[in-house]
Design a protein around this ligand. Structure first.
Ligand SMILES: Cc1cc2nc3c(=O)[nH]c(=O)nc-3n(C[C@H](O)[C@H](O)[C@H](O)COP(=O)(O)OP(=O)(O)OC[C@H]3O[C@@H](n4cnc5c(N)ncnc54)[C@H](O)[C@@H]3O)c2cc1C
Length: 260
């Protein structure tokens, strides 16, 4: 048995196809257009937004005499006016490891704009159990003792069941799968596992706002607090409007522009 902390890995992000983008800009007659976006994902959102009004430069659309310059100003305005659909073009791919089934169950409730791949506990047999220890349990020695003892016992139960069915010597994988799924029913909700989670910027903003607020559960607050640190640094222009207030030792990520 091991105590673990949730781990956040950003494993993928939107990449531009520069020849294609240049082809489009040539087609539009703005072959020299550039921007100062810090990432491809933010640049793509800017391009998709500007194409709506042909606002790459004044005069392209006879109705447009002035355009905003720069990626920060452009995306700042998108957030300000709530044109969140433009932010759906930038996509990020995360892996969250050593997170509990409490966390994953809450995460998968967010459906719009997400992609999910979750470690299968029908296929992956629980052997060593790991768990995150919530603050209240950690701070109380007697409860920590109960928590530790229970997880150790549940780990032992997994070993006992594996022995009763001699699962290591079963050849048919289908049979192993059925047994593994039966055994997992006695594992704790807090068992550490892994989930791959992809989302667009708009979705991520929505999830950050809801899942870092003080009423949300501790572990998901912890994870999305870390996600915010990462994305704030890497995609500064998409998350520039957020402010952080620390509540109960965890960041509450707030904005005046909720749910763009
Ligand atoms: C603090 C907190 C406590 C919670 N407590 C509970 C609880 O006790 N029980 C419980 O069951 N859940 C609970 N939830 C989960 C919550 O009800 C939502 O299911 C979850 O946060 C997903 O958010 P969402 O509905 O915005 O969906 P998302 O998939 O994140 O969707 C984003 C937005 O897209 C739109 N959208 C998405 N799908 C549809 C659709 N099918 N039709 C129309 N519009 C759509 C909505 O505007 C939605 O807000 C809790 C969430 C939080 C943050």
């Amino acid at each position: 048995m091991k105590f673990v902390e949730p781990k956040i890995f950003l494993v993928g992000e939107t990449r531009l196809v520069n020849e294609g983008l240049q082809g489009y800009l040539d087609h539009l007659g703005v072959c020299g257009w550039t921007t100062d976006a810090p990432s491809d994902a933010e640049k793509l959102c800017e391009v998709m937004g500007r194409l709506c009004y042909r606002s790459f430069e004044p005069g392209l659309n006879p109705n447009v005499t002035r355009v905003r310059q720069g990626n920060a100003a452009y995306l700042g305005n998108i957030v300000n006016v709530g044109h969140g659909s433009v932010l759906e073009h930038g996509y990020l791919n995360f892996i969250f490891a050593d997170v509990s089934r409490v966390f994953t169950h809450e995460l998968v409730r967010h459906r719009a704009g997400t992609g999910i791949s979750q470690e299968s506990l029908r296929f992956v047999r629980l052997d060593k159990l790991s768990a995150y220890v919530p603050m209240h349990i950690k701070e109380n020695p007697e409860s920590l003792e109960i928590f530790t003892r229970t997880i150790e016992q549940l780990e032992e139960v997994q070993h006992d069941l594996a022995r009763v069915f001699d699962i290591d010597n079963i050849k048919q994988f289908d049979e192993k799968k059925k047994l593994t799924s039966a055994f997992r029913r006695i594992a704790p909700d807090g068992v550490a596992t892994t989930i791959g989670w992809s989302c667009n910027f708009r979705t991520l903003r929505h999830v950050l706002e809801h899942r870092t607020e003080p009423h949300a559960e501790e572990e998901i607050r912890l994870v999305f607090g870390k996600v915010f640190e990462l994305v704030r640094e890497r995609y500064a222009n998409v998350f520039a409007d957020y402010e952080v207030e620390v509540v109960d030792g965890l960041p509450w990520v707030k904005t005046a522009h909720r749910k763009v």
